[in-house]
Design a protein around this ligand. Structure first.
Ligand code: UT7
Length: 320
């Protein structure tokens, strides 16, 4: 059997932070509401020099350092982002050049499945490795999502944060990624949108908009379903899962997912309080945090999941 294993992880967070107290001065909100409804206390906000490309590059460098492989062995760079700096060239190609991987001319492309993008990218990478087509793939989630925040809309601006996380995957005869499960239902597309028009210069600036309450309910149901699906696919019991690494959109959604998995909050890697919702960077950021501080150990069974605009959602069962 051939599997993809996580060889190294890395992350990058911008230096500047924005606390709930700071937000109280900007919109009609308060720390108590934000904390109770979302679990967020503070978030990292990019400076002019923090771009989707620069943050992704820094996270990838750290992941490559830990992986300890010759970087020229990387056969593909997949970047999940819903907030590229520009449409061309694609950010993955820019990161490939920044990392000096252009010598080998390995392919690189951006993938957008909103906050679920990293799970989608991990799945794509896994298929390339399992099929024997590639031995090493660099998967990055990088988001400068706050650039689409409407800083006058208290319902959304309090949620977002910037950052990047990365994973180096390598082929192995031992698992590894056991399975990935991807879903989307475009009929709910209007619930999370980027308003306006990227190309029509006559329309006002575009922003992140969400019908949060409706999304919340669908997220809890669909994440519950994907847990059942992923466990059944691997013939695993809930008790076999050591760690939940969720997308960090809302602490109450995470609590509901943990409850469904019958896992205590101590077995959930939580970054939401200090990072907010960093879209597709949130899962690799949390994964890196759990691995770096020694909680997630080699051999542990890890459940990754995300829910997002699309609507799209997915999960991965990974033996670290
Ligand atoms: O990452 C992509 C996937 N995203 C998600 O999964 C997010 C899912 N949704 C959520 O996380 C939650 O729905 C939110 C955190 C976005 C909102 O929480 P909620 O409990 O669903 O609140 P709500 O939208 O139902 O609003 C409740 C009240 C409203 O006031 P009224 O109409 O009851 O008087 C809002 O106007 O809270 C008000 N409100 C606020 N009050 C203080 C909305 N935003 C704020 C705010 N501060 N920032």
């Amino acid at each position: 059997m051939r599997y993809s294993r996580i060889l190294g992880t890395g992350s990058y967070l911008p230096e500047k932070t924005l606390s709930n107290a700071d937000l109280e001065k900007m919109v009609d909100t308060n720390d108590e509401w934000i904390t109770q409804r979302t679990g967020i206390k503070s978030r990292h906000i990019r400076s002019e020099s923090d771009t989707t490309v620069s943050m992704g590059t820094e996270a990838a460098k750290k992941a490559l350092e830990v992986a300890g492989i010759d970087k020229n062995k990387i056969g593909m760079v997949i970047l999940s982002t819903s907030s590229p700096d520009r449409l061309y060239p694609c950010a993955a190609a820019e990161i490939q050049a920044n990392l000096g991987l252009n010598n080998t001319c390995c392919p690189g492309f951006d993938l957008n499945a909103a906050c679920s993008g990293f799970i989608y990218a991990l799945s794509v990478a896994d298929q390339f490795i399992r099929s024997g087509f590639l031995d090493y793939v660099l998967v990055i989630g990088s988001e400068s999502i706050t650039k689409m925040a409407d800083w006058t809309d208290r319902a959304t601006c309090i949620l977002l944060g910037d950052g990047a996380g990365a994973v180096v995957l390598g082929a192995d005869t031992e698992p590894g990624i056991l399975s990935t499960h991807l879903h989307a239902d475009g009929s709910y597309g209007g619930l999370i949108t980027h308003t306006g028009d990227l190309y029509d210069k006559t329309v006002p600036p575009s922003y992140f908009k969400m019908h949060g309450n409706e999304v919340f309910k669908i997220a809890v149901t669909k994440l519950g379903d994907v847990i059942d699906e992923a466990l059944a696919a691997n013939n695993l019991k809930k008790q076999d899962i050591n760690w939940l690494v969720p997308h960090q959109a809302n602490l109450r959604i995470i609590q509901a997912t943990a409850k469904k998995l019958e896992i205590s909050l101590e077995q959930v890697i939580l970054t939401i309080a200090g990072q907010g919702n960093t879209a597709s960077a949130s899962v690799p950021l949390a994964l890196d945090a759990g691995i770096r501080d020694g909680r997630i150990k080699r051999g542990d069974m890890v459940f990754l999941e995300a829910f997002s605009a699309g609507l799209a959602w997915g999960a991965a069962v990974v033996k670290y």
